[in-house]
Design a protein around this ligand. Structure first.
Ligand code: NDP
Ligand code: 8X3
Length: 251
């Protein structure tokens, strides 16, 4: 029987590439995001391969998150795999001049949003005593870089919450793991720099960054292991990157 994967942040980057690879590999997919046009477009694209359903919500809105997930049609309501991917960075400023709204956005989306979506889905996994949760952290979950302060804090929280979920859900046989990418060329930097495309493109200049498809491929590998195998924690960087601040530029 086909498994169903619910993917947050499926309208772009890592989430979209993950939806594409899972759809082509025998998963039913539930696509989540705020941008309706993109959800509709991807739903159409993937319907050729599998059953697809879209949910439009902002992960910051806990009432809407819980309501939308509770109204999934029967064919999609049993979630085998949850990919908590929605997230972003807002700004890259020293702590003394950081913007309060940027801080709110990062904590509310990356941390609280991940918790709200998890809260909506964990009970059914506990009841069935099966399921797989993958939280997308970052190298920023493992180290802190200059001006990364609150973004890194939000991703360190994701790392800790992932470990906590794994411990608490262990009695129920639920797999929980974190995947922590380094620099991936997506819309991430455009969001971080508030639409400044030149500044965003500059982040990935001079070296070969990871692509969203590279991470999606790894997510597919992780979810397709035999059920007794749980990959708990995976850090993935481009070969050019040795840490958040050390990147070999050759191009
Ligand atoms: P993108 O900006 O390309 O994608 C982000 C996705 O998150 C979009 O689909 C967006 O959808 C969704 N999203 C953002 N805010 C919200 C919200 N409030 N409610 C619902 N959905 C939301 O970035 P990436 O693909 O790169 O990022 C995906 C994850 O990977 C993030 O958690 C990011 O922190 C992490 N990551 C990224 C790295 C990188 O270098 N790119 C490296 C390490 C980790 P929509 O706007 O339609 O709501
Ligand atoms: C994103 C990684 O180093 O580009 O999580 O901020 S970085």
């Amino acid at each position: 029987m086909k498994k169903t994967a619910l993917i947050t942040g499926a309208t772009s980057g890592i989430g979209k590439a993950t939806a594409q690879i899972l759809a082509k590999n025998n998963y039913k997919v539930v696509l989540c995001g705020r941008r309706k046009d993109r959800l509709e477009e991807l739903e159409k694209e993937l319907a050729v391969f599998t059953e697809v359903h879209s949910l439009q919500f902002d992960v910051r809105d806990k009432v809407d998150v819980l309501e939308k997930i509770s109204t999934l049609p029967n064919d999609f309501s049993v979630i085998d795999v949850l990919i908590n991917n929605a997230g972003n960075a807002h700004g890259l400023d020293p702590i003394q001049t950081g913007d309060l709204d940027d801080w709110d956005a990062m904590i509310d989306i990356n941390v609280k949003g991940l918790l709200y979506v998890s809260k909506a889905i964990i009970p059914q996994m506990v009841e069935r005593q099966s399921g797989h949760i993958i939280n997308i952290g970052s190298t920023a979950a493992k180290e802190v870089y200059p001006n990364g302060n609150v973004y890194c804090g939000s991703k360190h929280a994701v790392d800790a919450i992932t470990a906590g979920m794994r411990i608490d859900l262990n009695p129920y046989g639920i797999r929980v793991g974190g995947i922590h990418p380094g620099m991936v060329a997506t819309e991430f930097s455009e969001v971080r720099f508030k639409g400044d495309a030149d500044r965003a493109a500059n982040v990935y200049k001079g070296f070969e960054p990871l692509l969203a498809e590279d991470i999606a491929d790894i997510i597919h590998f992780v979810v397709s292991r035999p059920y007794h195998v749980n990959i708990t924690d995976l850090v993935v960087m481009s070969t050019a990157q040795a840490s958040s601040t050390i990147v070999k530029k050759t191009l």
